[in-house]
Design a protein around this ligand. Structure first.
Ligand code: A2P
Length: 329
């Protein structure tokens, strides 16, 4: 497989390269792609070094698969050009996610929808992926009516600039700001841009992408997304109202049997998921599983995952692996 990684010098692109290498992805040639300012830079992959090329050059090389993480505008403009030369694009931006012509895929949930006609496949938002990994098996068993989620999101989701801002604030240096306020010692109730309805785009992604991935418009999600000065992963406090009642023990069993989920839930010995331990791992970690005593059929839990891994790079690479395994590419 000839594979292009578009945005190879960025935060997610870097992890995509790492994940491809770790999983022994069947790769015959790597094409790292970035903006014109990075062309010519060397990227180490395994024992070899590859030179960064521009988008035009990459299209001409006709890769079988292109993993995109270079922002929505780059995806909107360039994904169709790759598709035209026969490349299957897996896109990590929000550009194609809610387009009804394109599939929004978490392999453990809905990869079976994919076929040869899918030339641009959308990778969901990082907060949505970890939420849905835990919601899907519970929805299948108890029917979800409504979810209230508050996120505590890592700055790595904003990209290299945000990590630089935090480092500048630690060291007292001035520099470019990725956020409108300091992030060190702060919590910003502001992820992505505000919309006319008072919610941010990130919050509405949780609402809209959930319905699309579950293929069920009746599942209601209301979200508050918060940025905190953490780098290892996103955390989510989740309250779920079901149609049917449940036993806490059954919920733990159902979650632990779902591929890609690790239950870490033993408050007696302070066992619960945390971003510093999720960092660098591919699983989604779930804990603090407990009944909500304030209303019937309702559960609380805490979900943590490395947003650059399962929230972005790992999910995209898993989609590519599925396409190869099922001879779609
Ligand atoms: P570059 O490093 O050359 O700017 P992050 O989200 O971590 O900031 O990373 C964004 C990634 O997307 C980087 O690899 C960046 O390349 C790439 N990128 C940004 N704009 C473009 C563009 N117009 N064309 C191609 N790649 C781009």
């Amino acid at each position: 497989m000839k594979v292009a990684v578009v945005g190879a010098t960025g935060m997610v692109g870097n992890v995509m390269l790492k994940v491809l290498e770790e999983r022994n992805f069947p790769l015959s040639e790597l094409i790292p792609v970035a903006s014109e300012r990075s062309v010519g830079k060397k990227i180490k992959f395994g024992e070899k070094e590859f030179e960064v090329v521009g988008l035009e050059t990459a299209v001409a090389m006709k890769p079988e698969i292109a993993l995109f993480s270079a922002g929505g505008d780059t995806s909107l403009k360039w994904a169709p050009k790759f598709a035209e030369v026969g490349t299957t694009v897996i896109d990590n931006s929000s550009a194609w996610r809610m387009n009804p012509e394109h599939k929004l895929v978490i392999p453990e949930i809905n990869a079976s929808l994919l076929d040869k006609s899918d030339k641009i496949i959308a990778n969901p938002n990082c907060s949505t992926i970890q939420l849905l990994m835990a919601l899907k098996p519970l929805h299948d068993n108890y029917g979800i009516k409504r979810v209230v989620v508050s996120t505590y999101q890592s700055i790595t989701g904003t990209g290299v600039k945000a990590v630089q801002q935090l480092e500048n604030e630690y060291s007292g240096e001035n520099g470019e700001m990725a956020y409108p306020y300091p992030i060190h010692r702060n919590a910003l109730p502001h992820c992505d841009v505000f919309q006319d309805n008072g919610y941010t785009k990130e919050e509405m992604k949780l609402t809209n992408e959930t319905k699309k991935i579950l293929g069920d418009d009746s599942v209601n999600v209301t979200a508050t997304a918060i940025r905190i000065p953490v780098v290892g992963g996103h955390s989510e406090s989740v309250n779920i109202e079901f149609s049917k009642d449940f036993e806490e023990a059954d919920v733990r069993k159902i979650l632990s049997e779902f591929p890609g989920i690790t239950v870490q839930d033993n408050p007696g010995v302070n066992t619960y998921p945390m971003p510093i331990y999720a960092e660098g791992k591919d699983d989604v970690f779930v804990g603090r599983i407990r009944r909500d005593h304030s209303q019937p059929n309702t559960l609380n839990m805490w979900i943590v995952a490395d947003n650059l891994r399962k929230g972005a790079a790992t999910n995209a690479v898993q989609i590519a692996e599925y396409l190869i395994e099922h001879k779609i590419v």
